[in-house]
Write a protein that binds this ligand. Structure first.
Ligand code: C2E
Ligand code: MG
Ligand code: MG
Length: 555
């Protein structure tokens, strides 16, 4: 028995099993005594991500021990781990030594087996860690973020930091402009610079696509957010740069912050990020108690909706449309009010919430149904009824049978189609535009009038009125010239030409939000004959509106 070998082997085993992960750079001190004893002059270990990389020689080699003498290859061992990474060890003996005898060969094999097992286990751990906490492009991933929050949250270590979620703006466009590969370079450049700013007491991880989330210490926050707002990033070797902007939600975890779970952190930062992304506000939105209240309110409104609809708590108010030359009532718009526990709630309080889901569609069709039922009754009572317009949200566009649904509601009440007008707003995408065109054309065929609502705000384009067969164009109140606007002011010029254009195209033109005598004069000067506004009436409860219908004229 080779007791000296076993004594050394035991020592080797002891030192190599002490650590879960082996530090290969400094392993030579551990294995030197046994190598010397066995006559091993050099060992080299190589790692490959997979057997294909091994075949291509695309790997990383570490010389674990080298006595410096001229060597020849004496033994090779190779292990493929369960993650398909390959670890390969080559053992050398000195070139001028004799071939090893059987006992030495066996001992070398034993030594190599143990070493390669330990080393491959250690690589496997590294690969597992890499795959668990990094994505394919070597960004830290969301698992890392969650683990970090879980580890540090309960101990109060998140205090003094902020969680920042950001989304790169228009990144699809950047990819289209400069190509995907360069797009990746740009993303890398943008994020790496941010990682530099964030430093060692924080990190940035990728949630997927162009969404990132990270923890940033408070003293680095301002500089980080400045970077996130926008910075120029080089995308080729000539130093050409492209501006990259991002929107972000920020949760500052100060002393009052109470940790409960990773999702409680995400639940606060995501709505802030969402608000930043949807715009309107700043590109960077800080989570606030106010946001939490708004979120609670939204949830409450959503919860109350089905019952409120069932109880018919939504009322129809009618706002007259008046011909300014004759003072005659020529139509009305049906506007929703919510009578909740004796209090009248205005649509701006609940419509935006219902527009986030398909609840708005139910509400709109409820409105149409009730308007038709009112018209039916008025007609039966022998009243001279005017055309009533009903608002339909853009959310309806996904319903391919929308036109049929509208017709079936009107026909259910036996109301002649000419009494109904549908108000729709402009669209923002090509797909929506096509849908809008289809719906308006369908309604037109059925003899139902259509109006483009709020024209002049948002993204109104000329296509919207040239390609879609509207009957009515409703000019938003922001388009009406102010008393102080000069004759050549853009607003006055625009207003007069939009009215002229609409009329020449055979569209009926209505101005919304007319409140004063001055504005009526402006309407007369520009030939806008019909108005809807507080000057004549606010939206009226049904009974008051019936009185106006009977009176027919404003004196
Ligand atoms: P809209 O369809 O553009 O309706 C016109 C809004 O302008 C109404 O606000 C009306 O009260 C207001 N208005 C009319 N004349 C004047 C004026 O002279 N001065 C001022 N300052 N405002 C005037 P309201 O009733 O609060 O409705 C707001 C918005 O809520 C509506 O804008 C519409 O987009 C939405 N909405 C209301 N009811 C419904 C509904 O049943 N379905 C859908 N989808 N949206 C609705
Ligand atoms: Mg409207
Ligand atoms: Mg409007």
């Amino acid at each position: 028995m080779d007791s000296q070998f076993y004594a050394l082997f035991e020592e080797f085993l002891h030192s190599i099993t002490q650590h879960r992960e082996i530090d290969l750079e400094s392993i030579s001190s551990v294995i030197a005594p046994i190598c010397k004893y066995l006559g091993i002059s050099k060992t080299a270990t190589s790692f490959y991500d997979n057997p294909r990389a091994e075949a291509l020689g695309d790997g990383r080699t570490i010389v674990c021990y080298d006595s410096g003498v001229k060597s020849v290859e004496a033994h090779v061992d190779r292990v493929v781990t369960e993650a398909y990474s390959v670890t390969k060890t080559i053992i050398y003996r000195s070139a001028d030594s004799d071939e090893w005898d059987e006992i030495t060969k066996r001992n070398v094999e034993l030594f190599t087996n143990v070493m390669i097992l330990a080393v491959s286990r250690s690589t496997l751990l590294q690969v597992a860690k890499q795959r668990t906490f990094y994505d394919d492009s070597s960004y830290l991933n969301i698992n890392y973020f969650i683990k970090y929050i879980e580890r540090n949250g309960p101990q109060g270590l998140l205090k003094g930091n902020a969680v920042v979620f950001f989304n790169l703006r228009h990144f699809t466009l950047i990819n289209q402009q400069i190509g995907r590969d360069r797009g990746n370079v740009v993303m890398r450049g943008f994020v790496d610079k941010l990682i530099d700013i964030v430093g060692n007491d924080g990190f940035i991880s990728r949630m997927g696509g162009d969404n990132f989330i990270g923890v940033i210490s408070k003293d680095k926050l301002e500089k980080s957010l400045e970077h996130i707002r926008g910075c120029a990033v080089p995308y080729n070797s000539y130093g050409d740069r492209i501006m990259v902007y991002a929107t972000a939600g920020v949760l500052v975890m100060d002393d009052s912050f109470v940790y409960s779970s990773p999702s409680s952190v995400l639940d606060r930062v995501m709505p802030a990020a969402q608000a930043a992304r949807l715009g309107g506000m700043d590109d960077i939105v800080f989570f606030s108690a106010e946001m939490e209240r708004r979120k609670d309110k939204t949830m409450r409104l959503q919860r109350l909706f089905p019952q409120a609809l069932e109880n018919e708590e939504f009322l129809i108010y009618y706002q007259p449309k008046v011909d300014i030359h004759t003072g005659r009532l020529v139509g009305a718009e049906a506007l929703c009010r919510w009578l909740r526990e004796g209090e009248i709630i205005k649509p701006e309080e609940f419509i935006p919430t219902y527009e986030q889901s398909l609840d708005i569609c139910k509400l709109d069709l409820y409105m149409l149904d009730h308007v038709c039922s009112d018209i039916k009754k008025w007609l039966a009572d022998g009243k001279e009824v005017v055309r009533i317009s009903v608002n339909l949200s853009r959310k309806h566009m996904i319903d391919v049978d929308l036109v049929d649904h509208i017709i079936s509601i009107i026909d259910k009440h036996g109301v002649p189609h000419e009494y109904i007008e549908i108000e729709l707003t402009e669209t923002t995408t090509d797909v929506e535009f096509k849908d809008l065109k289809r719906v308006v054309s369908g309604l037109q065929k059925a003899g139902i009038s259509t109006a483009v609502d709020d024209f002049g705000i948002g993204y109104s384009s000329l296509n919207l009125i040239s390609e879609i067969p509207w009957n009515v164009i409703k000019l938003d109140k922001s388009l009406i010239p102010l008393k102080t606007d000069s004759d050549t002011s853009p607003r006055r010029v625009m207003f007069s030409h939009v009215v002229k254009m609409a009329k020449e195209m055979g569209l009926e033109c209505i101005s919304e939000g007319v409140e004063s005598e001055d504005q009526i004069s402006t309407m007369l000067e520009n030939g806008c004959d019909i108005v809807q506004g507080f000057f004549y009436d606010r939206p009226l409860p049904k009974a008051a509106f019936i009185e106006r219908m009977i009176a027919k004229e404003y004196k």
